[in-house]
Design a protein around this ligand. Sequence first.
Ligand code: NAD
Length: 418
Amino acid sequence: MVTTPSSPPSRYKEAVKLFEETADALGLEEEVRLLLRMPHRELHVEVPVRMDDGSLRVFAGYRVQHNGARGPYKGGVRFHPEADLDEVRTLAALMTWKCALVDLPFGGAKGGVQCDPATMSKTELNRLTRRYTQNIEHIIGVNRDIPAPDMGTNAQTMAWMMDAYGQLHGYTPGIVTGKPVELGGSLGRESATGRGIFLMLQTLCLDLDRDPAKTSLAIQGYGNVGSWTARLTFKAGFPVIAVSDIFGGIYNEGGLDIEALDKHLEEGGALAEFPGGDTITNAQLLALPCKVLIPAAAGDAVTEANCDDVRAEIIIEGANHPLVANADAALNERGVLIVPDILANAGGVIVSYFEWTQNIQRFAWDEERVQHELERALLRAYRTVRELSREKEMTMRQAAYFIAVERVAQAIRLRGFV
Ligand code: NAD
């Protein structure tokens, strides 16, 4: 008899539901389902940090390895007040499906520390990162599990992680991706997720015969993903009519000047105070009459409570899990075309894979090669998903999961687990 190890909790429950629906569509055998329902390994660590004022604080840290049948675990590290086990577990599962969908030889993992980086100094963050790395060091490795940046972390965080790991194991640049280029990072990694979203948008416009100049965009979040998406789409002539960060947004019906916005931010200005647009809230941004909405901030941005407000015809999921399941269903019902996170934001992990291979080979690629290979890998996945969704009359999310789950299941079977 097959038994389930433990009943999954809230957010992760939604992820399991989607997996089960896919497994039903695939006719997946029960033993494979059993292996894929819960993560392979979950590590919870305490991360004590001496703060600048002399006090000691202890943060909760996690590393969840969801499935490694297709290769070493791979996934970002999030520093965020809501980065609890349920969230990290959900994001680890997404990484398994994302890596399989874009056919990378990686499994899925995620890390997180429950902290608010905006309220911490650089030295506190340095100490936090080093202690977290020391505490998870025994389960990560170049051929075991390779962390990367996510919300609240960046290239500097990865440099600290590489250094902390290197103090124990010697020079190991391939232990993390998303590093500064000077330390073995890849050219094109910083912009990769935004570039991937831009490529999705550009290809969709070709497929749907839409004119970029008449395809207005609203982008929630102006961090790594949101800002690069805005820069690249603006440069290509898409009107970016609104952007936001956690404090609020700006809107200009005729399109924002993203280069001028970046200059304003570089000079220390607040996003919501940019003179080239009117101030709006994040709730207003989600409800704007734009053609394409790109949620690129936190998860669960569109819920049952606000999905009726969304007026976009297309949603490209820059963030991970920006739509709760009921909102996703309601928007599909209304005919909104949704490009799912595991496809739309996969540009980051694709270039992370290139960074890892460059580190292993000790050979750096030029940016042209990185961009060419990114485009090839991502558009191949896009076409497979679009074709399957048309052929089987599925949503793009259902098609993406169909492909990803079957690939992971096949790796499990071939390894002889079942
Ligand atoms: P980031 O920390 O660089 O930026 C996050 C942005 O979102 C900031 O502008 C922040 O102010 C804003 N924000 C945060 N909470 C918000 C809220 N509640 N409402 C509105 N705005 C809010 O993070 P990032 O790396 O750009 O990641 C953004 C999303 O994309 C996350 O869901 C992440 O998991 C996903 N993602 C990131 C990458 C990557 O390569 N960085 C790759 C794939 C997916």
